[in-house]
Write a protein that binds this ligand. Sequence first.
Ligand SMILES: C[S@@+](CC[C@H](N)C(=O)[O-])C[C@H]1O[C@@H](n2cnc3c(N)ncnc32)[C@H](O)[C@@H]1O
Length: 321
Amino acid sequence: MTLTFDPIIQFYDLQPEIDDFRTSVLQGLTQPQKAIAPQFLYDKRGSELFDAICTLEEYYLTRTEVRILQENAAEIAKLIGDGVLIEFGSGSSQKVRILLNAAPQIKTYVALDISKQHLCESCTNLMQDYRQLETIAICTDYMRSLHLPHLPSLQNQYKVGFFPGSSIGNLEPDEALTFLKKTAAILESGGLLIGVDLKKSREILEPAYDDAQGISAEFALNLLARINSELGADFNLDQFSYQAHYNPIGRIEMHIVSLKEQVVHLDGVEIHFYEGERLRTEYSYKYTIAEFQTLATQAGFQPKCVWTDTEQLFSVHYLTL
Ligand SMILES: C[S@@+](CC[C@H](N)C(=O)[O-])C[C@H]1O[C@@H](n2cnc3c(N)ncnc32)[C@H](O)[C@@H]1O
């Protein structure tokens, strides 16, 4: 008789407190150019909607990055060796499966994400399929707190960061530099495998972030629903729309737009919107390969390999320290 044990998730809960969310939202809604940090888009529903976006025809990013990872998996596996894999913003932990299949020698995977329930479910699913893999889930806002637990399996190991999805593009260039420096500090002498979306025409970019079915719009407007349900605000979602616009400085700008003059209440504060006023939910910066390599070099990384697709839509970089 063979006894089987269900692996138990190692879970560290550093999720931001509700008061941090409240403070960030209030601050963002009371400044002259209203903006809320993109990490707050991801509650359980937000994560589900993001997964739906990844399957859209217009959203070339996911399928292109997946193809690049699949086509170069053997080479990437050699670079990772038997290192510990640490994914920042792990979402559904789907892309990492390509690496785990190509590099079965990887013993430990650390998944960091702000979206707690989605993180737990994704890591539990992963553990069902990769029973030998030590899986460590950390719910955290990596912009505020980027630390690894002191565990024997993380000490004196070659550490490889994995940052797919072009999530680096959500950061302003100075934030991206700070983030890369922080990752360099925790990766020590390891490497970073990072997906970076490339500059391209407005005709491809704008539909990718504002699809015909309206899932991108639902994803953005879910932020208002979340603020209502978690913080007790009274946004009327029907009075807002969504817009994604390419700014030729090299970024997509995503906004929620007020359809009329209106007042929203949050925590005793009256928040005024004029008709057409915009609330920024996200930027998505696009890079050339050379621009991204310059940024990575400033953060202390050395570009080692870069892979792209035949249409030069997306790039995956391996950087070393
Ligand atoms: C664009 S999705 C990418 C998901 C997945 N890595 C992929 O490539 O498909 C960004 C992911 O990062 C998480 N995330 C965004 N900002 C974060 C932050 N500041 N701290 C931790 N997780 C964050 C979100 O919850 C989401 O799962």
